[in-house]
Design a protein around this ligand. Structure first.
Ligand code: HEC
Length: 340
């Protein structure tokens, strides 16, 4: 009887918290991140991007095919961050307001695991000062040090370009952002009483932020699994703040929060673990299953920065179990040494 009860307990509560995965046994992938400034989809697919333009718009190559040499990102992120590098045809710098106190490149350590019911992701990245962890009182404009992970398992564009497919010259804090009045006058945004243009997948627009494709067309994409899931975890003091959002025709908060997050700052590094059911009932969530591969794009905000002032990764594939990918999630079997 005792054994039976224990078995039922294991089945009902396989692992309750992400911290219970013994991460020492899960291999870590070093993911390089760089400071992009105003590296928008329009830049990437236009003449300013030289021979990169056709490769990106035709979804022929991934960013890393041209911009990674060994484990080094080959991009002038230092000149971008200092405000030195300019977007040629537009005569504007990639970054008109150089941020203080951060470096052009950082390396994030990524680990992934799963069991019968859940998926676990652990991210560790450098933040020498841990500013919003140490000083929650002064979280200016609501920004705190945080990590954001975009995930998608179906779009070829996302697997090639990652987060860059939803960053545009006309979203907030980018060079062509429309005025609040213009946004409010647009029927789509007016319906939601919105004044700002947030991230949107380029496939949802005919031309520019205001010209949305028909709902019928967007539904077709959504049915094919086009939603980009977005998990965010940050620090207001030692308290971990998280949100479960999604991006497609707009960046929105999901109606149900399906992620469970823990984290801390120690000796110059933030660590965050995210746990989510492999499958959920929310149509705005990515759905996972053993044997499948999906793509992730990661962004890190330090020094309480917001909007475009972040480090970003190129797209990175994660396999749940088998499959060829940049990172393979380790299968955790109850009662085995992987679980603490
Ligand atoms: C076919 C190769 C190719 C691909 C694929 C490619 N790029 Fe580029 N990229 C280039 C070249 C070449 C330049 C230099 C353009 C110039 O200034 O003449 C460049 C320039 C840049 C720059 C300006 C800074 C710098 O170092 O010159 C950024 C930022 C950038 N690319 C980001 C990306 C991102 C993000 C992706 C993926 C969505 C991507 N690129 C895909 C070839 C590529």
């Amino acid at each position: 009887m005792g054994i039976l009860l224990a078995l039922i307990a294991v089945l009902l509560f396989p692992l309750t918290s992400p911290a219970e995965v013994n991460w020492d046994t899960v291999s870590a992938k070093k993911v390089p991140l760089f400071y992009p400034g105003m590296t928008s989809w329009e830049f990437l697919t236009g003449s300013e991007h030289a021979s990169g333009a056709n490769a990106v718009s035709g979804l022929e190559k991934s960013c890393q095919d041209c911009h990674v040499k060994g484990d080094r990102v080959d991009i002038f992120a230092d000149d971008i961050m200092k405000g030195k590098l300019r977007r040629k045809s537009r005569e504007i710098p990639f970054e008109p307001e150089p941020p203080q106190g951060i470096t052009p490149f950082i390396t994030l350590e990524l680990q992934a695991a799963y069991d019968a019911t859940d998926f676990y992701l652990r991210l560790k990245w450098p933040s020498p000062k841990g500013v919003s962890f140490k000083n929650p009182a002064d979280v200016s404009r609501g920004f705190y040090d945080r990590v954001a992970v975009q995930l998608n398992g179906n779009l070829r564009s996302f697997s090639r370009a990652g987060c860059f497919m939803s960053c545009h010259d006309d979203v907030s804090y980018m060079p062509d952002a429309p005025s609040e009045e213009e946004v409010m006058a647009n029927p789509f945004y007016a319906k939601q009483r919105r004044k700002d243009v947030r991230l949107y997948a380029y496939v949802t627009r005919n031309r520019g932020w205001s010209d949305l494709k028909s709902e019928k067309e967007m539904d077709k994409y959504l049915k094919a699994g086009a939603i980009i899931d977005l998990w965010i975890a940050g620090f207001r003091g030692p308290e971990v703040i998280s949100s479960d959002e999604s991006i497609f025709y707009d960046r929105i908060r999901d109606s149900t929060k399906d992620i469970k997050v823990e984290g801390t700052w120690q000796e110059g590094f933030y660590t965050v673990t995210i746990k989510r059911k492999l499958t959920t009932l929310d149509p705005m969530d990515i759905q996972m299953q053993e044997g499948k591969t999906f793509t992730a794009g990661i962004a890190v905000y330090d020094q309480k920065n917001g909007y475009r002032k972040h480090h970003v990764s190129f797209p990175l594939s994660i396999a749940i179990g088998g499959g060829k990918a940049d990172l393979t999630a380790l299968k955790i079997i109850e009662g085995k040494q992987q679980v603490k």
